[in-house]
Design a protein around this ligand. Structure first.
Ligand code: AMP
Length: 425
């Protein structure tokens, strides 16, 4: 199916073409016809499926059609509420891109920065407002924003919104919306509290579900390197220098770890930036901007900071540290292989992370291929293997190799010893 078959108006088709989109993704194929008919929608879909265009295109189309009939100052007719500022900015960018030939204007508001320029944008007049809940309520309370003209309301990433404790804010926002409106509700998961919330917002919605998370793991090419902690930075440098990596998001468990990685890459002459919670909003936007524009092709992030980062053409994800929650792994690797494209996810696994790897493989129901015989298999491994003897629960105590390694107690090192996981393979 092509976009031409979805009854989309010419100015939007032209913009989609300019974006390089040829075929609608499954969520777009299913949702756009429903939304163009004016129905409410309950959609179970995660970031990476193309859900933003699935709701932005019909809203732009409705607004463009009605804008040709009405005159006078612009009023906010569509409201998109989303949990994070990164997501808010991306959604606004999408509205700008898909709507660039429609004359429909949008503004984005989020907390953590001064409100001046956001208020200024609102004063100039907008049709679509994209907002995080706190700043929206704040400006509503100041009398700067009124929701009385809203005709289209989107609640994005509803499950994350509840996780982040926004439920009361959401209820206050809903209470101010006109009852006559089209409502769209997007969530990656549909537990009972989300269903209950959706009932407060939607009339008789059409339902759309796209692929569960598991399929992300199926379309992304994955591999794991067994590497001691001390060898990880060298392996990363090696891969960046030798592999065909256009743009890579490197995941670090901690903020300090992320900073350290950037430093070590810098020493090897590789430009990169870190984004995490300790960085200011400006620094994060700058790092993301440099990455998106291709000035840097390595972005190092913690899981929290990476939430909502959406970058086109991410060729690789590297898990410098393996996460202890398997779903986090699935989320991380879902950052590549977007909208039907393929992607590559490489993971570094040290001795202590072997248990995490087992859990991940169980969750995705796949064995991740191991890349053996790389140059950093044994960097500092002896120390690590002896550390491992102090934590027998992490390894398989029944493995003869593991028993061997525990035989060398008190940190004694035998020069010829290989790390135990290598022996086991
Ligand atoms: P989303 O799930 O909305 O965050 O979108 C994921 C990514 O897919 C974004 O980078 C979009 O630019 C991209 N995208 C969305 N729809 C399409 C499409 N039909 N063809 C190609 N890329 C798309």
């Amino acid at each position: 199916m092509t976009f031409n078959e979805l009854d989309i108006i010419e100015p939007i088709l032209k913009a989609l073409k300019a974006e390089g989109y040829t075929h609608p993704t499954p969520i777009q194929q299913q949702s756009i016809p429903i939304l163009l008919k004016g129905k409410d929608l309950l959609a179970c879909a995660q970031t990476g499926t193309g859900k933003t265009a699935a709701f932005a295109i019909p809203i732009l189309q409705h607004l463009h059609r009605s804008s040709q009939k009405t005159e006078g100052p612009r009023k906010i007719k569509a409201l998109v509420v989303t949990p994070t500022r990164e997501l808010a900015i991306q959604i606004a960018d999408s509205f700008t891109a898909y709507g660039k030939f429609t004359g429909i204007r949008n503004a984005v508001i989020f907390g953590g920065v001064k409100q001046g320029s956001q208020v200024e944008a609102l004063r100039r007049g907008v049709d679509v407002l994209i907002a995080t809940p706190g700043r929206l309520l704040d400006l509503m309370n100041q009398g700067i924003i009124s929701l009385k003209d809203i005709e289209y309301f989107v609640l994005d990433e509803a499950d994350r919104m509840l996780d982040m404790g926004f439920i009361h804010d959401i209820k206050k926002i809903i209470a101010k919306l006109p009852t006559e409106r089209q409502s769209l509700f997007f969530s990656a998961t549909m537990p009972p509290d989300i269903i209950a919330l959706s009932r407060k917002i939607l009339g008789h919605p059409a339902r759309v579900t796209v692929k569960p998370e598991q399929t992300t793991a199926e379309k992304v090419e994955q591999a794991v390197y067994f590497v001691p902690k001390k060898g990880k930075s060298k392996l990363l440098v090696h891969l960046l220098q030798t592999e065909d990596i256009n743009s890579v998001l490197v995941f670090s468990r901690t903020k300090h770890g992320a900073n350290r990685i950037v430093k070590q890459l810098g020493k090897a002459g590789i430009d990169s930036n870190a984004i995490h919670g300790n960085k200011s909003q400006t620094a994060r936007q700058k790092a993301l901007g440099a990455f998106k524009s291709g000035h840097t092709n390595v972005l190092v992030a913690t899981d929290i900071a990476a939430r909502g980062i959406d970058v086109d053409d991410l060729s690789h994800v590297i898990n410098y540290d393996l996460p202890n929650v398997p779903e986090t792994y699935v989320h991380r690797i879902g950052r590549t292989g977007r909208a039907g494209a393929s992607g590559i996810a490489l993971s570094f696994c040290d001795v202590e992370e072997r248990a995490y790897l087992r859990d991940i493989q169980k969750t995705i129901n796949q064995k991740i291929p191991v890349i053996a015989d790389h140059p950093f298999e044994n960097v500092g491994a002896d120390e690590e293997a002896s550390v491992n003897t102090a934590k027998p629960h992490r390894s398989s105590p029944k493995s003869p190799a593991a028993q061997n390694s525990s035989g060398t107690s008190n940190g004694q090192k035998k020069k010829s010893r290989k790390p135990y996981w290598k022996k086991r393979r």
